[in-house]
Design a protein around this ligand. Structure first.
Ligand SMILES: Cc1ncc(COP(=O)(O)O)c(C=O)c1O
Length: 379
């Protein structure tokens, strides 16, 4: 069997004993390490009860902030934890001043929860500009240039589009936003883990991601990076006791926020997902994101070539360097194709007009061949 070096980790993921898993952009596979870290959490809960907070769980939260930060080259103190991206966005959206700059620029290819945060503020005068992708794959930089003006508060868009897998030139986007006096927020949920991220080099103001997909952490855990120089100037109106600089003073009279990114947190984080994520990050860190990217580039190009050889026209970015490991294969009935493939033991996803296939380092080219054989033969 042909493999990439990273595929030696396949045995870490028991799902492959039951099926061919090719849907990591929806939900990363469960590793043995995540399961054992979750068991560790359950054992602590069982044996220590609430005392586990002071001895262990508090440190686990700090560890996760640090490790998420390391993953995206964020400086210490710039990561806030949340149970999901929507909650983190809600805090950011509540902290911006829209009086002189009511406009927020998003795109039609972003995950809908991005735009929703600001559409929900229409009553406060916030105006969302949705840039329509001309090809369903990317959004040209000139469209952002034209949309940003002195009434723009924020450009909020994706690092990698969940709809096409295309990687946006995030450094160029933040430069466009900043030239117009706006901030730049990047949803990196489909990027962090599968492509190298350096938030300082990208010069973004906010960067978000989470456990669900390429970070192998499952549901219930997400992160928000905020630029350290900006953070103390933010006064979110959506908040909670984890944002208080002395939360154990239990002072119900005065709200004094942390100076670091914890001022953008809210309530108690879900500990079981934190443990699952720590286990997933063990694998990601051991492999290293550059090695993961090398493996996924090879797999992505193999999948695209295999699909083309069978007469399919994958909807992907034109240049390989702008592609990530999300490959859209055209389908007249994606839901039926996905069901049929699942019955045959292949887990992929349906999106309008397409079967979405997302290989990760634990996949091998033979997975693609078997999938494409099944997909095209049943038609
Ligand atoms: C690009 C992107 N952003 C965000 C999310 C999820 O947001 P939330 O954590 O709020 O459910 C997803 C997928 O679930 C996604 O693909």
């Amino acid at each position: 069997m042909l493999t990439t070096p990273a595929a030696r980790y396949r045995a870490e993921f028991p799902v492959f004993e039951r099926c061919v898993y090719l849907n990591s952009c929806s939900l990363g596979a469960l590793s043995r390490r995540s399961r054992s870290r979750v068991n560790e959490y359950l054992d602590l809960w069982d044996t220590r009860g609430a005392s586990a907070w002071y001895e262990t769980w508090w440190a686990a939260l700090d560890e996760l902030r640090t490790r998420y930060g390391r993953l995206i080259h964020a400086p210490a103190g710039s990561i806030a934890l949340h149970p999901n991206v929507s909650g983190a966005l809600g805090v950011v959206a509540s902290a911006l001043d829209y009086r002189a700059r009511p406009r927020v620029v998003v795109t039609s290819l972003d995950f809908p929860t991005i735009g929703y945060q600001w559409m929900a503020k229409a009553r406060e005068g916030v105006e969302v500009i949705v840039l329509e992708s001309p090809d369903g794959i990317t959004v040209p930089l000139e469209m952002f240039e034209r949309a940003v003006n002195n009434r723009t508060a924020l450009v909020a868009t994706s690092h990698v589009f969940f709809t096409s897998g295309a990687i946006q030139d995030t450094a160029a986007l933040s430069a466009i936003a900043h030239r117009g006096g706006a901030l730049c927020l990047v949803d990196g949920y489909q990027a962090a883990g599968q492509v190298p991220v350096d938030v300082q080099a990208l010069d973004v103001d906010f960067y978000l991601g989470g456990g669900l997909k390429w970070l192998l952490g499952g549901t219930g855990v997400a992160f928000l990076y905020a630029r350290p120089a900006l953070t103390p100037t933010l006064f979110p109106t959506v908040t909670g006791w984890f944002a208080h600089r002395e939360q154990f003073r239990f002072d119900s009279r005065v709200l004094e926020l942390h100076d670091d990114a914890r001022r953008l947190e809210a309530g108690t984080p879900p500990l079981m997902p934190v443990y699952a994520q720590l286990g997933g990050l063990d694998v990601i860190e051991e492999l290293g994101v550059p090695a993961i990217r090398a493996a996924t580039v090879a797999l992505t190009e193999d999948l695209i070539a295999g699909a083309r050889a069978r007469g399919l026209v994958p909807r992907v970015a034109p240049h390989a360097s702008d592609r990530s490991a999300i490959v859209m294969l055209p389908s007249s009935d994606p839901a039926a194709d996905v069901r049929r493939l699942a019955e045959a033991g292949f887990i992929v996803d349906a999106r309008p007009g397409h079967v979405r296939v997302s290989p990760y380092f634990y996949n091998v080219p033979d997975d693609h061949r078997a999938l494409l054989e099944c997909l095209t033969h049943g038609r």
